[in-house]
Design a protein around this ligand. Structure first.
Ligand SMILES: [Zn+2]
Length: 405
């Protein structure tokens, strides 16, 4: 192991002030305009020239209404001419539970004055503050660095849409990516799971269950037979096949408007809408799990018949939520991440997560990207707070990454 260089000093008070400022902006997922504006203002205040700042047009491709595109900042390199561009990224939106949060600093934490009512938004205004602090310190301390692209995505929380729909050519060709979205600055996420969401509409036929049940086609029975088949085939819950692992689940079962399927015990149930999901770190296996459900429903539908031999009709739809990835442990981006964490005097903890990240899409776009934490805690709950020691460590990791040769 090589000796670690001394950590770079930076204005922690200004960084915390920036964090509190961003936490106070009411801009949940799908309503990012106010935080986009505030980030631009904060970037200009620390000396980023206006021409380095732009918004892309990802929002024109996102299937949900989104007011602005991703914010992209390009800082020209100031070090070695041969240095390749690197990417720093984070998401600017917060979950809807954060609406109206009032941040306040208490000791080494930022908490919510409205604790118990709303979440705080450290997921992911901590990342926003890390990136703006990085720009501020690089400029103020005149630190040599490679060309840097900063990306603040929209709609991460509602489906990773900003990262999914960006145009990679807008990013200026970064060779590695560093995403800030998590708890501990020493945790380096090098892989994440992939997932499918699927739905099935089972259309049977109603009939009086007491007078002429043979004239009906029970959608409930189709569901039951299909579930029995996936269960017996080993495709339900934790799924292990030939050393490959994944999971599956069936969530809601009912009508399209969320009511329970079937009207009365004396009517053969004519319609059931089912929602489920499949997950795995192996993209092909995600599709295989989903295909097993589709096959089971199709098979079950062919078995449940009325007196004239008619069967239930099925509509099975699935969509890829996000693609899984797993960076190779000797990938240059991981080596860079590890030495940056060591400048904190800590050992990096390489992890794979069972949730989706913007990094899933960046890897798909061809930019190997790892994810660090910067103080988020109890996210998506009304007990959320930010750990300022981890936040400051996140800022230090970013500075170390930007100034490593
Ligand atoms: Zn997040």
């Amino acid at each position: 192991m090589t000796a670690t260089p001394p950590a770079i000093q930076f204005d922690t008070a200004a960084a915390v002030q920036r964090l509190v400022r961003f936490l106070g902006i009411n801009a949940i997922t799908g309503h990012e305009a106010p935080i986009g504006k505030e980030l631009v203002a904060a970037l200009k205040e620390v000396g980023v020239p206006a021409k380095a700042i732009s918004f892309d047009d990802a929002h024109t491709r996102i299937p949900e209404p989104t007011p602005i595109g991703n914010l992209i900042v390009k800082l020209p390199g100031t070090g070695k001419k041969s240095a390749k561009p690197i990417l720093f990224m984070t998401h600017m939106d917060t979950v809807p539970l954060c609406a109206g949060a009032k941040p306040k600093v208490v000791g080494k934490r930022v908490v919510n004055e409205l604790e118990g009512t709303t979440a705080l938004g450290g997921d992911n205004r901590t990342g926003c503050a890390v990136l703006v602090t990085l720009a501020a310190e690089l400029i103020k301390q005149n630190l040599p660095h490679p060309p840097i692209t900063m990306l603040f995505t929209v709609r991460e929380e509602s489906g990773l849409f900003g990262a999914k729909h960006l145009n990679p050519t807008d990013l200026g060709g970064p060779v590695v990516g560093f995403n800030f979205d998590g708890r501990s600055a020493a945790d380096v996420i090098i892989g994440a799971i992939g997932a499918d969401r699927w739905t099935v509409d089972i259309r049977g036929k109603a009939a009086h269950a007491g007078v002429a049940p043979e004239k009906g086609i029970s959608a409930t029975m189709v569901l039951a037979l299909a579930m029995a088949e996936v269960y017996e085939g080993g495709w339900f819950g934790k799924v292990v096949k030939d050393g490959r692992e994944g999971t599956s689940n069936v969530g809601s079962v009912g009508t399209l408007d969320g009511k329970s399927a079937g009207d009365a015990t004396n009517v053969v149930t004519d319609f059931v809408h089912v929602k489920g999901e499949s997950r795995s770190h192996d993209a092909k296996f995600v599709r295989e799990i989903t295909a097993a459900f589709k096959a089971a429903f199709t098979n079950a539908a062919s078995k449940v018949k009325d007196h004239e031999g008619r069967t239930a009709k099925l509509k099975f739809t699935s969509r890829l939520d996000y693609v899984p990835f797993r960076l190779k442990s000797d990938a240059p981006v991981i080596k860079l991440a590890e030495s940056a964490v060591r400048t904190l005097g800590r050992e990096p903890n390489l992890r794979v997560t069972n949730g989706g990240l913007d990094a899933n899409w960046m890897v798909k776009h061809g930019i190997p990207t790892v994810t660090f934490g910067a103080g988020q805690n109890e996210i998506h709950t009304v007990k959320e707070f930010v750990d300022l020691t981890e936040f400051e460590s996140g800022c230090r990791v970013a500075l170390a990454l930007a100034t490593a040769e």
